[in-house]
Design a protein around this ligand. Structure first.
Ligand code: CP
Length: 320
């Protein structure tokens, strides 16, 4: 294990906080933690006596369950709070709510929020580590890390791969965090999507190649990450209809044939079935969409291990 010489931030906001060494260390730690989930007794005492609060102000299936499973497999106690079940529904502010949570001495606060910047806002005001579980259209660092892990497990490396990210780039926090993580680890990244779902300046900001059609982005790709159409973050109608979108941008067998043989197919979920990809692609042997979910637990175990009170365990081994 090579964690002890690295300094870890108090909060995880996005992957631009991490060097190549940090990203590699998280992926390596996650490989060790993945084995815990395959044991008969799926638990290690790493975070025994610690409290992890899961504050999901926006709906989630995968990320919320995955953080909860990860914390429990590390023997931490967990409490989950949602916006509708909290006093925010009575008008309490995000900061007041978070301060009240902190008054109960949690060891980490995992937050998902529809507002970009909410996790870093809290991170600057609270003492406990804040882990970003997705904020608006800004960042989803744990999703990008589990995508990196899935790619590295299947293809043995990230460096030198061509990775195509296709769909609603403008509203996608997954795309943003993945562009950072993939470029940091040496991948060549292409992005494609309808002009109404694209933002300017991506080439300069992230060093990616931008296309308005999926075909050139897919040409010779080792990996394709299809994105969900983020209807909840779109202010107007950005495409004529689901059938039109599927016809021009959806992943089907003909489009996938432009990529390298064996090209991996990823999607962060939830999938709009038949829109972002055909059902045949969702279930094809190259689809690693459910592997992504399995790897998500290991990534979140690694991050909780590395960030929660890491000064106490500096230099220790993660498994027992
Ligand atoms: N990938 C992802 O963030 O899924 P959820 O919205 O279900 O957490």
């Amino acid at each position: 294990m090579l964690y002890e010489h690295l300094l870890w931030p108090k909060d995880l906001i996005d992957l631009d906080q991490f060097t190549t060494e940090h990203l590699t260390a998280v992926l390596d730690a996650a490989e060790n933690f993945r084995e815990v989930s395959e044991r008969e007794i799926k638990k290690v005492p790493t975070l025994k006596g610690k409290l992890v609060v899961l504050f999901f102000h926006e709906n989630s299936t995968r990320t919320r369950l995955s953080f909860e499973v990860a914390a429990k497999r590390l023997s931490a106690d967990t409490i989950a709070l949602s916006a509708s079940g909290s006093s925010m529904s009575k008008g309490e502010t995000l900061l007041d709510t978070a301060r009240n949570i902190e008054a109960m001495n949690p060891d980490a606060l995992v937050i998902r929020h529809s507002a970009s910047g909410a996790p870093s806002y809290l991170g600057r005001r609270l003492k406990c580590p804040i882990l970003n579980a997705g904020d608006g259209a800004h960042a989803h660092p744990t999703q990008a890390l589990l995508d990196l892990m899935t790619i590295r497990r299947r293809l043995g490396r990230i460096e030198g791969l061509k990775v195509a990210i296709i769909g609603d780039i403008a509203h996608s926090r997954v795309a943003r965090s993945n562009m950072i993580g993939l470029k940091t680890l040496g991948a060549m990244v292409t992005v494609a999507g309808p002009p109404s779902m694209m933002v300017g300046g991506l080439s300069d900001e992230y060093g990616v190649q931008v296309y308005s059609r999926p075909e050139p982005a897919l040409d010779g790709a080792d990996v394709v990450i299809m994105l969900r159409i983020q209807l909840e973050r779109q202010s107007g109608r950005l495409f004529p209809g689901a059938r039109e979108y599927a016809r021009v941008y959806g992943l089907n067998a003909q489009r996938l044939a432009l990529a390298k043989p064996g090209c991996l197919v990823l999607h962060p979920g939830p999938v709009n079935q038949g829109v972002e990809m055909t059902p045949e692609i969702y279930d094809c042997p190259q689809s690693v969409i459910l592997d992504q979910v399995t790897n998500g637990v290991a990534i979140r175990m690694a991050l909780l291990f590395l960030l929660v009170d890491n000064s106490e365990r500096k230099g220790s081994q993660p498994l027992a």
